[in-house]
Structures are given as C-alpha cells and as structure tokens.
Write a protein that binds this ligand. Sequence first.
Ligand SMILES: [Zn+2]
Length: 194
Amino acid sequence: MSKYIRCPICEAVNLDTTSKITCRRCKQKIYHDKGYSYQQTLAYLITAMILFIPANLYPMLSTNTLGETTTNTIIGGVIVLWEHGSYPIALIILFASVFVPILKFIMISYLLVSAKYGRGSQRVDKQKLFYITEIIGPWSMIDVFVVAILASLVQLSIVQIEPGAATTAFAAMVFFTLLSALSFDTRLIWEKNR
Ligand SMILES: [Zn+2]
C-alpha cells in the first residue's frame, strides 16, 4: 500500500494512515476507493443515454400562432432556425444539444472501458479527457435556457411559445450526464498497473 493518498476533492496529497483519513487541507473524508464509482458512473451514463432518446423524439418547443400549433424537436428547431437565417443560433443549439451530449457519452464510455480493460497507457491524456468532460458538461443546458427565455419573452397575444415534453427529458439527460462524470473516480485511470 502506498504511503500517500490524494484527496479527491482538493487534490492535496495526504499521508495514508490505516485509520480514517480526512484531508489535511479541506477536511474531506478520503477513501481508498470510491466504492461503487465504476458502477455508479455506468448506471448514470446509461440513464442519460436512454433520456437522450425522448429528448430528441419529443417536441422541445410548441409554438401557437393564432390557434395554429406547431411543434419542433431539437433537430426540427435547428432546421427552422437555419431556414430563417439564424445560422449562429442554429449552430450553437446543434452543437450544444446534439454534439456535446454524444461527445460526452463517447468520452465517459471510453474512460470506463479503459479503466476496466485498458493497459494503463496514455494516462495523462485520459485525465485531460476527464477534465474536458467536466468543463463542457453544463454547457449542454443552453438549449433549455433558450426555450425558457423564448417562453418567457415571447408571450404576445398572437404567438405563444411553450416548452415541450422533450425539455424535461433533456434537462434530466444533462443532469445524469453530470452525475455520471461526477461519480467517476479519476484514480480508476491511475491505479491499473497492467
Ligand atoms: Zn482535500
């Protein structure tokens, strides 16, 4: 057993004693392993992936113009925005709501697979990859914000915009992706000595 152990919260190096360890800097309890970190990450990831399906199939936005209701899915909304010439917004929504979640699914899956079956190579790259997933995570929420802002701004008597069923699924998807990244113990990257 190694003499030192890293704090998972503030990353301070602590002396590894056999009794209960609390971080000398942030007083966080330190465990030798995060228990079911791998299983938790996997479970949250699968939940997020399942939620991604209704988030894309159901309408994100329902627009009511003079009694005529049109609904739009995420992709449908992107196409409408593109056709109206709002290219930057269309690209931002396409990137944040479709590409980023898929990218995060791939990144976390890769980290999980390499933690289990990897040969322990390119660990620094994997650590960097994990930081990227943590940083870009909350940016997926941009779509929910766009819907929320649209719904509150465009409450004219002629046009009514309401969030669709996909909004809940989408927000839950982002939430579970964040949980998935959060429950991943980065020490899983480093401890494999194969
Ligand atoms: Zn600490």
